[in-house]
Write a protein that binds this ligand. Structure first.
Ligand code: BTN
Length: 252
C-alpha cells in the first residue's frame, strides 16, 4: 500500500490550537539542521518525506526510506524558567509512546531510556534533543510503514510490522502534537510528569549494560528516573548520558 503524503492542511485541520506552526517539506538534509539555521520561534515544527542526512544520537546516522517514517523536529523555548530542561527528552518520549499506544489501541509501546521508543524490545522510534542558546530543538523519527527489508537494523521495527496497522502520518502527527502540547503546558506550570514516564518505561526494572561517554561501562539494575531525567541504578549511580542495553531482552 502506498503511504499517504504529508499534508500541512490535514495536520493543521486536525489540531485544536495554534500552539504549533507546522511546515511540510519534501526533502531536506536534516530537520534538525533546518531549525538550527532558521531562527525558529517556540512551537515551530518541520516535517519531511525524506532526509538525505538524518542524524541520530551520538553522531549516528538516522536513515528512513522516503515517506515510510514520520520525521519531524520542533523548537521549544521555555516561557518561564524550567528547572530541569534535561527532562524534555523523556517528556517527549513518553508523549510519543503514549500516543502510539492510544492510536494502535494497545500498551506494548514502551520508552527505553533516554531516547528510544520500543515495541516488544524492538526500536520503533528515536528522539534527538539538541540545545541552542535559548531553547532546545527536538527531533523525532518514527518508523510508520517501514517494511522488514527497509529496516536500518535487525532490532528495529515499524508500527506496521509491530501492529499490522497502516497509520496515517498526518493523523499520527496531529495526535502526538495534541498530547505533547498538554504535557509541555503541564510541565511548564510545574507539574511532575515522572509518573507518566515510569508507567511507560521498559528500562526501569531491567538489568542494563550502559556504555558511558568516557568509554567505561556499568552493569546494574535500573530502578528509577527523576525530574532531571537521570536514570537511577541499584548500585546508587545516577546516569545522565549513556547508551543502554536491556540485558533481560538481549536487545540494545
Ligand atoms: C536516535 O535514534 O538516535 C535519534 C533519532 C532521531 C531522528 C530524528 S528524524 C527527525 C530529526 N532530524 C534528524 O536529523 N534527526 C531527527
Amino acid at each position: 500500500m502506498k503511504p499517504e503524503l504529508l499534508n500541512a492542511d490535514a495536520i493543521a485541520g486536525a489540531l485544536e490550537s495554534s500552539y504549533w506552526r507546522v511546515s511540510v517539506v519534501e526533502e531536506i538534509d536534516s530537520t534538525q539542521n533546518y531549525l538550527r539555521t532558521s531562527n525558529p520561534k517556540s512551537g515551530d515544527l518541520i516535517t519531511v518525506e525524506y532526509q538525505s542526512a538524518g542524524r541520530g544520537r551520538l553522531d549516528r546516522k538516522f536513515d528512513a526510506e522516503k515517506s515510510s517514517a514520520l520525521l519531524f523536529s520542533f523548537y521549544f523555548e521555555p516561557e518561564n524558567e524550567v528547572k530541569n530542561l534535561g527532562y524534555l527528552t523523556l517528556l517527549v518520549g513518553a508523549s510519543v509512546t503514549a500516543t502510539l499506544n492510544e492510536i494502535t489501541n494497545n500498551d506494548n509501546f514502551k520508552c527505553k531510556w533516554p531516547n528510544d521508543v520500543l515495541f516488544n524490545q524492538k526500536k520503533v522510534a528515536g528522539l534527538l534533543a539538541e540545545k541552542t542558546s535559548s531553547g532546545v530543538i527536538v527531533g523525532v523519527g518514527i518508523n510508520v510503514s517501514t517494511s522488514k527489508e527497509a529496516l536500518p537494523v535487525a532490532h528495529a521495527t515499524s508500527i506496521f510490522l509491530a501492529t499490522d496497522r497502516q497509520i496515517n502520518r498526518n493523523e499520527l502527527l496531529a495526535k502526538i502534537l495534541h498530547n505533547l502540547e498538554n504535557d509541555l503546558l503541564d510541565w511548564q506550570s510545574g507539574k511532575d510528569l515522572t509518573a507518566k514516564y515510569r508507567s511507560l518505561s521498559a528500562t526501569i526494572g531491567s538489568q542494563v549494560l550502559i556504555a558511558l561517554p568516557d568509554g567505561s561501562s556499568v552493569e546494574a539494575k535500573a530502578v528509577d528516573i527523576d525530574e532531571t531525567g537521570s536514570l537511577h541504578l541499584d548500585n546508587g549511580q545516577l546516569i545522565t548520558v549513556g547508551d543502554v542495553i536491556h540485558l533481560d531482552s538481549k536487545l540494545s
